[in-house]
Design a protein around this ligand. Structure first.
Ligand SMILES: [Ca+2]
Length: 233
């Protein structure tokens, strides 16, 4: 009997040790990155016509509406991360790190205004991803400030994990006319550092409940027998 109780106690302690939560820090890198253009090979009409920019090179995103910079066009960039590893995790921190700086190749007159949108991805950037509407971030970009600071996207990633989406996407836009930024994913790929704590599997919880139930039943049985064994007064 003692051995049985001891064994159950060991099992319960083992279950509890598995439940002791600790936060893990991981840095996700992109599953896919691309840019797309409206007006490069088709009319500038708000419909994105073609994917541009190879993942291996830094690309310029810009918006021009007037000459002397030639025909007007707009580029947007997108990056998607595989977040399936965060399933069954409590995400406490997620920061999007993008290497975006002022594009200095031409004398574009206006200061860029960066917007970041979140969307449900599928692991591959497509033209459909250029219309994401869930605005997460807006900020002017000044050349003297260097690249964008890390952007806190914790609520967005938490909701994506809660909804069970395997891929989270971010769309990058420069909404200022006649301006440009360099979205560099060659030398410094986008990153998504995440701090998350694993939530115990239901099987672990079930094992704990069974262990506790068995222990209490055995103890109560022993108590009954002990009381029952007392000589009557
Ligand atoms: Ca078009």
């Amino acid at each position: 009997m003692k051995k049985l109780i001891y064994g159950i106690l060991v099992a319960v302690c083992f279950s509890l040790s598995g439940l002791s939560a600790h936060a893990d820090e991981i840095t996700l890198i992109p599953a896919d990155m691309h840019t797309a253009c409206d007006g490069c090979v088709g009319p500038f009409d708000g419909v994105f016509d073609t994917l541009t920019g190879e993942p291996a090179v830094g690309v310029a995103l810009w918006t021009t509406y007037d000459p002397p910079f030639g025909m007007p066009f707009e580029e947007r960039g997108a990056v998607e991360f595989n977040i399936s590893g965060l399933k069954n995790s409590d995400v406490t921190s997620a920061n999007l790190m993008l290497n975006i700086v002022l594009f200095s190749g031409y004398m574009l007159p206006n200061q860029p205004i960066i917007q970041i949108y979140g969307y449900v991805g599928d692991g591959t950037i497509g033209l459909d991803d250029m219309y994401a509407s869930n605005l997460l971030y807006t900020s002017p970009l000044l050349s003297t400030l260097g690249p964008l600071p890390p952007i806190d996207v914790t609520p967005f990633i938490r909701s994506m994990v809660a909804e069970g989406h395997p891929f989270a996407g971010f769309l990058v836009r420069d909404i200022a006319p006649q301006s440009g930024v360099l979205f560099n994913f060659k030398d410094d790929v986008p990153k998504l550092p995440v701090i998350a704590t694993a939530i115990p599997e239901p099987s672990s919880l079930a094992l704990l409940v069974i262990g506790l139930a068995a222990l209490s039943w055995k103890l109560s049985s022993k108590l009954v027998r002990t009381l029952g064994a007392r000589p009557p007064r």
